[in-house]
Write a protein that binds this ligand. Sequence first.
Ligand code: IMP
Length: 424
Amino acid sequence: MAAVILVGTQWGDEGKGKVTDFLSERADAVVRYQGGSNAGHTVEVEEQQFKLHLVPSGILYPHTLCLIASGVVVDLEQLNLEIKSLEERGIDIGNLRLSSRATLVMPYHKKIDEIQERTGKIGTTGRGIGPAYADKINRVGFRVADLLYDPEFKERFKAEVERKNLYFEKLHDEPGYDYRELYDQLWAQIEPLRPYIGDTSHLVYELLKAGKKVLFEGAQGTLLDIDHGTYPYVTSSHPIAGGACVGAGIGPTRIDRVIGVAKAYTTRVGEGPFPAELEGPLGNVLREKGAEFGTTTGRPRRCGWLDGVILRYAARINGLTDLAITKLDVLDSFETLKICLHYRNNGRVVTEFPENLTLQKECTPEYIELPGWQQDTTGITRYEDLPVNARAYIEKIEEITGVRQVLISLGPRRDQTITGGSFF
Ligand code: IMP
C-alpha cells in the first residue's frame, strides 16, 4: 500500500505530530494538504522538542520528501522562521517542496482575523487562516506562482491592498498598508524559498506511480472541518480525508488507507459546542496530566471524557480503515473512566453527531463507566503487556467505531509507542 492519509478524529490536537513523525520514518514522502500556520505539531526526538506549524513533521528524517501542497495557505514569514529554526538545530531542509499553487497568507489577513475576533468570537489562532481562504474562494487571493511569474501581479496586488485599506480605514478606523512595503517584503521572503517551489500535485502523482510510500498529513481535526465540523466554530479548510485529495491534487482512487488519530479523551481549543466537556476539577486534572495547552497559541485546552459519538462520526466521514490512539498514559491514574456512547436531547437518545449548532448545544452526554488500570503504562511496548483494563478501554473504542487500532501512543517519545503490523 502506498498512499495513507492521517487525520484527526476530534477537534485537533490529537497528537498527530508524533504519529506522523512515527510513520514518516517509513514513508518516502509526507504531504501537508490543508490549513496553515494555525497547526501546531509537537514532535520529540532524542530529548529535543520540535514545534512545527507549516513544515511537515517528516522533515526530521533525511530520506523523507516533505511537501506543502496547494491546499495549504502559506505565511511566507512564518515558513522562513520555521526553516531558520530547523536549520539552526542542524536539520537539513533540502527535501522540502512548496506548491506553486499554494495561496499566500498576507499580513492584512492576520489583521482581518484579529478585527473579526474582536467583533464575533470563534477563538481562532489569529494566523489569518479564515481571511486567506475567504480571499482564495473569492478569487482575490494570491498564489506563490502569481508572485513569481505573473507580470500583472504588482497591479493586482496594489488594487487588492487598496480595497483592504478601505475596509481597515473606513470601517474599523485602523491604519492600512503601503502595498510597496508589502510587495518588497513578499519578494524578500520568497527568494530563499525558490529552490523548493514546484508542482507538488505532479510530484505526488509520480511518487505514487513509482510505488513510493506517501503519507498525507492532516492538520486540525474532523470536527473543525468547514463543512462537516461544528460550524461556525471551525477552521476554514477540510481537515477530513476527502480534503487530502483536493488539497494535494490527487484522485480518490489512489488512496489505500485512512488512519484516524484519536486522543484517549477529548480536548478542544477556542469556542463552540463540546458536549462531553468537563468544566470542574476533573477537567483540570486532565489538562494538567495531559499538558493540554495549545502549541500555536499557548491557550489552555478545554478537556472532557472520550466522546464515542464523535469518534463514530469521524470513522464515517473519513472512511477510517485504522485508528491510532494517543495519550492513553494520561489516564493511568484514574480509578474509573467514562466514555460517552450517545447524547440525550429532550428525552430523546441521539446516536449520530447532530448536524447543527443548536442541536449540538442542546445535547447532554450519557456515559458508560469503565474501571481504570491505575498503573504506569509509559514504558510498555507490547499490546499484551498493557493492563487488562487498558486493553478493555481500547477494545471499547474499537467496538464503538468499528475500526481496529494499529498504534497506541503512551508518551511523547518515539519509543513510547505500541504498533501492530505495517502501515504501508
Ligand atoms: P483558525 O484555524 O485559526 O481560523 O481557528 C478556527 C478554530 O480552529 C479555532 O477554534 C481554533 O482554536 C481551531 N484550531 C485551528 N488550528 C487548530 C489546531 O491545530 N489544533 C486545534 N485547534 C485548532
